[in-house]
Design a protein around this ligand. Sequence first.
Ligand code: KIV
Length: 266
Amino acid sequence: MPKIRITKFKQMKQKGDKISMITAYDTATAELVDSAGIDSVLVGDSLGNVIQGLENTLSVSLEEMIYHTKIVSRGIKNAHLAADMPFLSYQVSVESAINNAGRLLKEGNAESVKLEVNEEYIDTVYALNKASIPVIAHIGLCPQSVHVTGGYLVQGRKKNDAEHLLQLAHLAEDAGAFLIVLESIPGVLAEKITLSLAIPTIGIGAGNRCDGQVLVFNDMAGLSPDPLPKFVNKFAEGRKIFIKATEKYIEQVKNQKFPSKKNSYE
Ligand code: KIV
């Protein structure tokens, strides 16, 4: 399979081929999802919740994002590699956003960056694009704004909010974003946005009419503890499989069945 470049995503939309995206935070997982044929790997700032055991994504640092992006890049041969810009790495000024996004590309080997966008950051999307840094705009539920929104709530349910999100998606497209992530919005709104844009939309909790879908790897693989958001589907019972394996290992260590002869040197 050839390396996926960002131009491929628009072609996929035009052909009606759906785009698959998944998060990864380390080389081993990246190698696994790339081997499975995923189109795009996102080093999400969800690493705060998933890997660092934090309550939200706000304290994930740029250095941590660079480190995880670099190790994920070592596991990828074909998929497109995107990295999240963490909280306050693009909100302070356009200039610092370019420097910080540039570090994710130069030091982390990312091929694009994702930022949670509202009207305030459209200029930043434009400037990053001008600086040859491809941008994914994330709209709808924006976890970095959790203290403003008051929780992880479905967005765009009211008519005004829905119109606002549709407008925002167009502003992001006009500013040069090549993908739009739609998080936790009603399916009908996601469909409307998807049909009205030339660039693809990637949904998470946004129904099945988007041009693609993204999930957090640990949620998709059933590794995350319950409760999980309604939009998650567990495609495997990872926790059960690995807990069972660990229980067996413990048992065989205790009763000296492991290591057996075949695991031992003569
Ligand atoms: O941080 C993240 O993993 C994300 C995706 C879930 C879209 O933003």
